[in-house]
Design a protein around this ligand. Structure first.
Ligand SMILES: CCCCCCCCCCCCC[C@H](O)CC(=O)SCCNC(=O)CCNC(=O)[C@H](O)C(C)(C)COP(=O)(O)OP(=O)(O)OC[C@H]1O[C@@H](n2cnc3c(N)ncnc32)[C@H](O)[C@@H]1OP(=O)(O)O
Length: 684
């Protein structure tokens, strides 16, 4: 696992060999210990070079070993031995030197990096800290501020010429650490690793090396066994696992060949269409951007150019303006490889667009819809080739958000799914293949979550109380602030389409019951008052002016809630954070289990990555399904039963059969759930 050779008579060359990223597994560590000893004891060897095979230095400690009984030589003494060597040791870095890989290089006496090499300490993203001396050696090498930045963010750096380095000059160390700690605590949203990273670097800056190393070890011991580290390491593998998609009909990522896409079209240049156009052009594709309204087309062209220019400036590249041609005529898409329809969320309009596309596009063109909830199969049925139709559900802003739901209908071909998944990957998205149902995975699970939040308001909570509980849990925004941001009218339109929201009192049924189940009309009532959220300056909160983002508590809303409760004979009671979390999160999780039961998502990892990358679920809690497994499935079941008994007219709180089945099978760990789901399906 570490090859030894002697080159040019006097140089001992050690090559790390552990594909694909030369991770420091027990065998690699043993190989390094053995080959270093060999080089140092060979009198002909005057210097030692350590490199990695296949163009990558080292991706760090082997993360797969973390959950196991670790054996083999320990990293810290191994790196110490290299640093203490009486012959010069050089790290020759090509590709990535990350985590333990960079710590190994830091233990060497010199480092030479290829100009395209990527160096970094991403441990914090795994809920850990660089505990092989990284928090102690890096500040000594590059100074405290630069080291703090690298260690607390985990972001990698390109290798640079030394003349381009900023000169590290911390003036007031205490103020510096206090400032960084404050910033880190705010952005960490409850994650403990970034805070521990600052504490470890502080030890490097204020204590002798040996004491600093002790502190590093102590902090790592706390992190290593934490639930957060487990969650973050789960996310690392889950993010990669979702690219290995499968469909209930047996089609899979490794047997379905994508078709290359060179030229794409976007139909409809509202907010979503603009973002999708930018994302495609930045990937290097030629894009035809179509908008039939002349004024909207001009506005979109200006907005898209601005987005491309700002993005290019940030990345230090030329803006891909020439990749896009704009047209108000849908006929312009005749010769593209793939079309993404992004018109207004209206089935009638979308059907018309699909009928037009079916007659304009050349045979074989993939037709994709960016709908966030509508029936992809119904749109496919408007075309002659339903097998070429899939959903590509982007999240706003589409050129920024990492998530893409690729929605297959019962007739979508494996090649169409493979092509959309590959295109998503090229755009830098985490693409997750999901089945077709109202809301797909993400928005379907959002419905019970939001419903519970509305019910909590009826029962005595305020938007502030609900949002605070969710934000303390780690969401960047609570449900009501989020609703104000995205616009209350969006959900209102959907509810009207579903026959739920009717202006004024509904005919022939109590105001808080719809279609035989409990319903809260609160959101509809706010919309009837023109309170659409940030865009109108009023929603669940008030804002200084329309478009402002600073939410302020709104006395009007509080008295409106009081009036509403009085009108419906509801008595406000005290609601605590735990009840908010239990009801909102367990209702959402319960729907996640139903989605698995229905075969809409292939596994819990798919759901978790959708929530982490698309809905702000705190990554250090691993996603809703991972969270359920950490809380304990028995407890989730018991709480759902408790709340369902208290609210029997709320079907979303009724524990679903997969959850019962999993608990009855002894609550197996999450990676075993697929077996239980398979058995359930085979019995249906
Ligand atoms: C009781 C308590 C005691 C406590 C004390 C315990 C002390 C323990 C001592 C530990 C000392 C600390 C050591 C160190 O500080 C810790 C670390 O080094 S943690 C690891 C840090 N490194 C990373 O996070 C890098 C992760 N990898 C990447 O970012 C990328 O993979 C890459 C290297 C940039 C390459 O990217 P790509 O080319 O795109 O390839 P993929 O990402 O698709 O990866 C390919 C394949 O490889 C798997 N893989 C990648 N890195 C690792 C790894 N470090 N370990 C294991 N496996 C890895 C990846 O999962 C892919 O496989 P797949 O999942 O697709 O099968």
């Amino acid at each position: 696992m570490a090859k030894y050779s002697r080159v040019s008579e006097s140089v001992g060359l050690i090559t790390l060999q552990n594909p694909p990223v030369n991770a420091l597994s027990a065998a690699v560590r043993q190989g390094i210990v053995d080959t270093v000893e060999r080089a140092l004891s060979d009198p002909k060897v005057k210097s030692v070079v350590i490199c990695g095979q296949n163009g990558i230095f080292c991706g760090g400690a082997d993360i797969k070993e973390f959950g196991t009984n670790m054996s083999g030589p320990l990293l810290v003494p191994m790196i110490h031995a290299i640093e203490a060597a009486n012959k010069p040791v050089v790290a020759a870095i090509e590709g990535s030197a990350l985590g333990g890989g960079l710590e190994l290089a830091l233990g060497c006496h010199y480092r030479i990096a290829h100009s395209k090499a990527r160096l970094g300490l991403p441990e914090v993203t795994l809920g850990l800290l660089p505990a092989a001396g990284g928090t102690q050696r890096l500040p000594r090498l590059i100074g405290v501020p630069a080291a703090l930045d690298l260690i607390t963010t985990g972001k990698p750096l390109d290798a640079r010429r030394i003349s381009t380095y900023p000169c590290p000059r911390p003036s007031d160390l205490d103020a510096l650490f206090e400032g960084v700690m404050e910033k880190v605590r705010q952005s960490a949203r409850g994650a403990i690793a970034p805070v521990a990273c600052v504490q470890a670097v502080r030890a490097a800056a204020t204590q002798p090396y040996t004491q600093g190393m002790e502190r590093e070890k102590e902090l790592m011991a706390t992190l290593f066994t934490s639930g957060q580290a487990r969650a973050l390491q789960y996310c690392f593998f889950a993010q990669r696992a979702v690219s290995r998609w499968s469909m209930p009909n047996g089609a899979r990522w490794d047997t379905s060949k994508p078709r290359p896409v060179h030229k794409a079209a976007v139909i409809g240049l509202g907010t979503m269409g603009r973002g999708i156009t930018v994302a495609l052009a930045q990937t290097g594709l030629s894009v035809i951007a179509v908008e039939t309204q002349e004024k909207q087309l001009m506005d979109a062209k200006q907005a898209v150019s601005g987005m491309l220019e700002r993005g290019a400036r940030r990345r230090g590249v030329a803006p891909a303006l020439d990749k896009i041609s704009y047209s108000h005529d849908i006929q312009a898409v005749a010769d593209v490889d793939l079309v993404i329809e992004a018109v207004f969320e209206d089935m009638g309009l979308k059907k018309k667009v699909f009928q037009q596309l079916a007659s304009i596009c050349r045979p074989g063109t993939f037709l994709c819809t960016n709908t966030s909830a509508l029936d992809v199969d119904h749109l496919a049925s408007q075309t002659h080739n339903p097998e070429l139709v899939v959903g590509m559900h982007f999240f706003a802003p589409a050129h920024v958000m990492k998530l893409l739901e690729v929605v297959y209908g019962p007739r979508s071909s494996p090649q169409a799914v493979a092509t959309a998944m590959q295109l998503g990957k090229k755009m830098g998205k985490v693409s997750v293949a999901v089945g077709n149902c109202p809301g797909f995975v993400g928005n379907r699970m959002l419905k019970p979550y939001m419903e519970q939040a509305f019910f909590l308001l009826e029962e005595g909570a305020t938007p502030e109380l609900v949002d605070r509980a969710l934000e303390e849990f780690g969401f960047p925004m609570g449900v009501f602030r989020m609703s104000d941001l995205s616009g209350l009218d969006v959900g209102w339109r959907v509810r009207k389409g579903d026959g739920l929201a009717e202006p004024g009192a509904p005919s022939g049924q109590p105001a808080r019951i719809r279609q035989g189940r409990r319903y809260s009309p609160l959101g509809d009532l706010l919309c009837e008052q023109g309170r659409f959220g940030q865009k109108t300056g009023q929603g669940w909160y008030q804002y200084n002016k329309p478009g402002s983002q600073v939410a302020r508590s709104d006395p009007w809303l509080h008295s409106f809630l009081e009036g509403y409760r009085a009108q419906h004979g509801l008595v406000a009671r005290r609601i605590d954070n735990q009840e908010v979390l239990d009801r909102c999160l367990y209702a959402l999780i319960n729907e996640g289990f139903r989605i698995l039961e229905d075969g809409i998502a292939a596994g819990p990892e798919d759901i978790d990555m959708i929530y982490v990358f698309g809905y702000g679920w705190p990554r250090h809690r691993g996603g809703p399904m991972f969270y359920a497994s950490m809380v304990g499935l028995g407890k989730v079941l018991e709480r759902l039963e408790h709340y369902h008994q208290a609210h029997p007219d709320v079907p979303y709180l009724k524990p679903c059969s997969l959850l019962w089945r999993l608990v009855a099978s002894g609550s197996p760990p999450l990676h075993k759930w697929r077996e239980v789901i398979r058995k359930l399906h085979s019995q249906l």
